[in-house]
Design a protein around this ligand. Structure first.
Ligand code: FAD
Length: 414
């Protein structure tokens, strides 16, 4: 089997960032990166693509161009992990071995968990900003929308960028108003949560946005089936703890935007790295695998309680940069991930609420009021963050705003 000192699994945001950092530290040829796809997408840009504010091409790069210079790209996918032998198997049967490994496989979209959804996505009116194959369709649907219900759903399962389904709904409101057809539309945000958004401190500002835009927020509604023949979305009604009550509600749609349930990729789910939810079982602070100390996790594939965002990946990278280096020297990992996540909630075609938080509460970077929709937060989302991703994060140079926050905090009273 071909051997690497460090094997990185996944060439998305976290995998490229980790490979870049360690390819600079280790001798040439020490780092291997397994990633099957030829195209790499800046997924946070999908919200803007679905709103006609950016093209899909602008968010796409060839993976080959992004692989760090001194690392080796293995264009294949992992099908089996054998960590007791520090080895893994690729599709086709080839084995690779490693001294250390970073798992950065992301979260998989599971439209298949909603009855009829995969088929419905191929019919008119049904779309999702989450998939590069259905994101442009969303914008087309909004442009040709003639009237009726436009429904935006949020699943009863982990999801990356938990704010994205409601961002899509807000931008749609703006476009329909601009087109002069807003009066013919009923906009519904149907979420399985018992509130509009998880993190407490952004609930009030978001409820205000939804109210001003006349969007009906239906809580405790989990999409379980799409019938594309009758254009009906069927929801199970949940109780306050998120358990099904046994009741269902059916809503007709003209436009249905599906926020897909997400799960860990199959090879990870069935491996000794997974916990019972299927996500990678890591120490929530050091990001080290609980069972295999020579393996670390980065990004959406872990079972850490943070919101799954590219912004979190920056803080994960800062943590594993130090911890994996320590472990390579035979020392104990000491650096701790602070739980940081961020979600610029685009609320119109030119404004956003810049949510930054960890599971304990807000963790805001700027000295300004981030709970109020602003043009500067939209500018950051549209122009600064993509540049930071392409030139900083995936190149292993952006470690998150933690240091900046220590400085700006001196100017902010909370
Ligand atoms: P990914 O970037 O998804 O990469 C995982 C990689 O692993 C993929 O390239 C995949 O091909 C590869 N892989 C999977 N299985 C295997 C296998 N078996 N073998 C080898 N490779 C494998 N984040 C923000 O911070 N702000 C936002 O505003 C924001 N908006 C979003 C909007 C949308 C619509 C979406 C979809 C996401 C958004 N995100 C946002 C989330 C962000 O894109 C993810 O959190 C981030 O990409 C996670 O990085 P990752 O490396 O963990 O996973």
């Amino acid at each position: 089997a071909k051997h690497f000192k460090l094997l990185v699994v996944g060439g998305g945001a976290g995998g490229l960032g980790a490979a870049s950092k360690f390819a600079r530290k280790l001798p040439k040829g020490s780092v291997g990166i397994v990633e099957p796809h030829e195209d790499h997408y800046y997924q946070p840009g999908f919200t803007l693509v679905g709103g006609g504010l950016m093209t899909l091409e602008a968010n796409r790069r060839k993976e080959a161009k992004l692989i760090p210079r001194d690392a080796t790209w293995i264009q294949n996918e992992v099908v089996l992990f054998t960590p007791t032998q520090n080895a893994l198997t690729l599709k086709g049967g080839e084995d690779l071995s490693y001294d250390y490994m970073v798992i950065a496989m992301g979260a998989h979209l599971r439209f298949d968990k909603i009855k009829g959804a995969l088929e419905a996505l191929e019919t008119s009116g049904v779309c999702s900003n989450y998939s590069p194959f259905h994101v442009e369709k969303h914008f087309q649907e909004v442009l040709t929308f003639k009237g009726g219900n436009a429904i935006y759903t949020y699943p009863n399962a982990p999801i990356k960028c938990a704010g994205a389904p409601q961002k899509a709904c807000y931008i749609t409101d703006s476009i329909l108003r601009k087109r002069g057809v807003r009066d013919d539309a009923k906009l519904i945000y149907a979420t399985s949560l018992n509130r509009i958004f998880g993190p407490e401190s952004y609930i009030e500002p978001l409820e205000k946005v939804a109210c001003e835009k006349e969007i009906e927020v239906k809580t405790r509604r989990n999409l379980i089936e799409v019938d594309s023949n009758s254009k009906t979305a069927i929801f199970e009604v949940l109780d306050v703890d998120g358990a099904p009550t046994g009741d269902t509600e059916s809503l007709e749609y003209s436009l249905l935007h599906i926020g897909p349930p997400c799960s860990a990729p199959k090879a990870l789910r069935s491996s000794p790295f997974a916990d019972k939810t299927g996500f990678m079982d890591v120490d929530g602070e050091t990001l080290q695998s609980k069972r295999f100390p020579n393996v670390f996790g980065v990004g959406d594939c872990m079972n850490t309680p943070n919101a799954k965002t590219a912004a979190s990946v920056s803080s994960h990278l800062k943590t594993i940069d130090k911890n994996l280096s320590q472990v390579m020297l035979g020392k104990k990992p000491k650096s701790k991930y602070d739980g940081y996540a961020s979600c610029p909630l685009v609320v119109s075609r030119n404004s956003a609420i810049l949510a930054e938080f960890n599971p304990e509460g807000p963790l805001e970077t700027t000295p300004f009021n981030q709970k109020k929709p602003s043009r500067w937060a939209y500018f950051l989302k549209r122009h600064i963050l993509p540049a930071l991703y392409w030139n900083g994060l995936i190149k292993g140079y952006w470690n998150g705003p933690g240091t900046m926050r220590k400085f700006t905090r001196m100017f902010k009273s909370e």
